[in-house]
Design a protein around this ligand. Structure first.
Ligand code: GLP
Length: 231
């Protein structure tokens, strides 16, 4: 079930998303958080970093699992999602680095999902959406039953993400991503849609019958999805 809120601008969306995370951490300091990367959550992470610096929230007892990570980039590569997470959030908070996880080699075929289950399951999963309706790196055609796996990126996703790299040829062709079934295990999901270029993908995910052609449409089958939208 989707609950949808529209905001007049991205800043208001960020504030509301930061409130959702802050409330989650206050209600359950040992929350297991599913985290995303990309441009969309940058404002949210900046606000959470500020709130943590002011002592309004704490990540001390929290544990995090990121959605995905490029294959073949070292964690020190500025384009790796591990670097992004340290840069945008982790290094500005009191989180225990040993309790932050990104999927990597060996995490396919159930291993990452088992780690998430051992931590108690994800309480709150943050998601963005790709222009082709992907979530994590689950590209169109990915089965709804998929668990964490190595995914081949589509040319359109590589082109969209090439803005972070020196050139398109530097964008990795593969990534390890939580599967759609992994994402669906989360108790609550917060999906952020920022920018008109994402509206068509969200409309297909929300209005059309659930189908692997639009990976985000699997979320129609989840019972607690909060969607925040802004232009
Ligand atoms: C990448 C990530 C996704 C993210 C998407 C949108 O492909 N794997 O998790 O949601 O991009 O990113 P952005 O927020 O930069 O548009």
């Amino acid at each position: 079930m989707f609950s949808i809120t529209c905001f007049s601008n991205g800043k208001e969306l960020d504030i509301a998303a930061a409130d959702v995370f802050s409330e989650q951490l206050r209600q359950k300091p040992s929350s297991v958080l599913g985290l995303a990367t990309g441009s969309t959550p940058e404002g949210l992470y900046a606000l959470l970093s500020e709130k943590c610096a002011r002592g309004e929230i704490s990540f001390r007892d929290a544990e995090t699992f990121n959605l995905d990570e490029y294959a073949g980039l070292s964690p020190d590569d500025p384009n790796s999602y591990g670097f992004y997470m340290r840069d945008k959030l982790f290094s500005h908070t009191d989180i225990n680095p040993n309790k932050t996880h990104l999927p990597g080699k060996g995490d396919e075929n159930g291993a990452y999902d088992a780690k998430i289950a051992a931590a108690g399951g994800i309480d709150l999963q943050l998601l963005g959406i790709g222009r082709n309706g992907h979530i994590g790196f689950n590209e169109p055609g990915t089965p709804f039953e998929s668990t964490t796996h190595m995914a081949e990126l589509t040319e359109s996703t590589r082109a969209a993400n090439s803005r972070f790299f020196a050139s398109l040829s530097d964008v990795p062709e593969y990534a390890v991503t939580m599967g759609l079934s992994t994402i669906m295990q989360a108790k609550k999901i917060l999906l952020l849609i920022k920018g008109q270029e994402k509206f068509r993908a969200f409309a297909a995910a929300y209005l059309d019958a659930p189908s692997p052609c639009v990976p985000a449409s699997v979320l129609q089958l989840h019972n607690d999805v909060e969607v925040f939208i802004s232009s």
